[in-house]
Design a protein around this ligand. Structure first.
Ligand SMILES: Cc1cc2nc3c(=O)[nH]c(=O)nc-3n(C[C@H](O)[C@H](O)[C@H](O)COP(=O)(O)OP(=O)(O)OC[C@H]3O[C@@H](n4cnc5c(N)ncnc54)[C@H](O)[C@@H]3O)c2cc1C
Length: 374
């Protein structure tokens, strides 16, 4: 590390400084070795000055918020972890002087589900399908979080960024972020830090149109219909809990990073070969879940379905393994309490190889891997 003292930088900025910090407790997987140091920033101004100064000094830096999309190596991180913990949220207030009270403004460190809950309590619609997603508001544009037919990109008004290459702070429009399926220019990049997000919500107490069949039918509604926001939130939380997708410290099925693999997008010219491999393995009379990809003739398949059909069942490889597939959902890789990151990555490697061998499809990890690979 550089001779610049991160402790002094933190103290000047009014941030908390700690040395030799185990990172496992800061991740939902409860995995990862120590960081050389951690600086916790509870104010946006401190976040800006700490990151600017550490960047200027060339100090290796890892941005961490809720730790729900991170797989950190057992050797930890040789550098400074900057913990994003600026929590302020403004619901329905004036944002840029031109709004009608249907804008939510959240600092990056705000807990995302608390933002959603507050909008639902205020009778504002738009975010309810994204209920129960762990982590911070600031991380939502990073991988364009999505669930139950809604992606954050569809409600994002603008994002306040620290450009880490220039040190400038500016508001960026969603169109500048290349938001896609679980991706954006912010993911796997150190170019920018999200400081705040602004989201558009609706004031009529109704949800976004229900585009996800499982959710619509659980609500007894037709696809495309809108429903009261509180009902939709409650239903989403129930559906998610049934899959181990709502954090619960007592339930090891939720000691995960959520879906470990993204749903694979298969180009049209590769699709016949993949479908034929599926037919050989599971038979011709099985309907293969597949979804169109906007603006392309490629097709999105279900990673969870492929994993199961390749022979990996819930709880694989069995009760003696420290890292296992969730017992509720094959797409979540979980720490049963005593796992190391290497155990989780061995399991990931095993699953990826099995799916590739069975169907010729290579699954890609959804979380960000720090200091490790598989
Ligand atoms: C049980 C469970 C269920 C999940 N369900 C879903 C789901 O339904 N849909 C979905 O999309 N995701 C889901 N996830 C993944 C995860 O919750 C989201 O990706 C979430 O947005 C990550 O937020 P975080 O604050 O925990 O980010 P972290 O894990 O702390 O960081 C993730 C990445 O974002 C970067 N980052 C964090 N904050 C900032 C910032 N302010 N500026 C720039 N970069 C930043 C980090 O450096 C890192 O690279 C789930 C995870 C779990 C554990």
């Amino acid at each position: 590390m550089s001779t610049i003292d991160p402790a002094q930088i933190a103290t000047r900025a009014g941030a908390r400084f700690e040395r030799d910090v185990p990172l496992a407790p800061y991740t939902t997987l409860r995995l990862g070795g120590p960081a050389t140091a951690m600086v916790t920033c509870t104010y946006t101004d401190s976040l800006v000055s700490v990151v600017r100064e550490l960047d200027a000094a060339g100090v290796p830096l890892l941005v961490l918020a809720g730790g729900s999309n991170l797989v950190i190596a057992d050797t930890g991180f040789d550098g400074v972890v900057v913990r994003v913990a600026n929590p302020a949220v403004q619901i329905g207030g004036p944002a840029d002087g031109t709004t009608d009270g249907t804008v939510v403004r959240a600092e990056a460190g705000a807990v995302w589900d608390e933002v959603v809950a507050a909008t639902v309590s205020a009778g504002l619609g738009g975010l309810e399908c994204l209920s129960g997603i762990p982590g911070s508001a600031g991380a939502t544009p990073v991988q364009n979080v999505g669930a139950y037919g809604v992606e954050v990109g569809s409600v994002l008004r603008r994002v306040r960024l620290l450009d880490r290459r220039t040190g400038n702070v500016h508001w960026a429009q969603p169109g500048e972020l290349s938001l896609g399926y679980r991706t954006s220019v912010l993911k796997h990049s150190d170019d920018a830090l999200v400081l705040e997000v602004e989201l558009d919500v609706t004031a009529d107490g109704l949800s976004a149109p229900l585009r996800y069949r499982e959710l619509a039918s659980a609500l007894g509604a037709a696809e495309g219909e809108r429903a009261p926001v509180a009902q939709v939130r409650e239903c989403v939380l129930k559906l998610r809990a049934g899959k181990g997708m709502v954090l619960d410290p007592a339930d090891h099925d939720t000691w995960s990073a959520g879906s470990f693999f993204t749903n694979p997008i298969v180009p049209a010219d590769r699709l016949p070969a993949v479908l034929s491999a599926i037919e050989t393995r599971v038979g011709a009379d099985i309907a293969v879940p597949r979804y169109p990809v906007a603006g392309s003739d490629a097709v999105k398949l279900s990673a969870g379905w492929l994993i199961e059909r390749a022979g990996f069942h819930r709880g694989h490889p069995g009760t003696s393994a420290p890292a296992r597939l969730s017992t509720k959902h094959t797409l979540a890789l979980t720490n049963r309490g005593a796992a190391a990151t290497t155990d989780l990555l061995d399991l990931a490697r095993d699953v990826r190889a099995g799916v590739r061998e069975a169907f010729g499809v290579t699954l890609e990890p959804e979380p960000v891997l720090v200091g490790c690979a598989f």
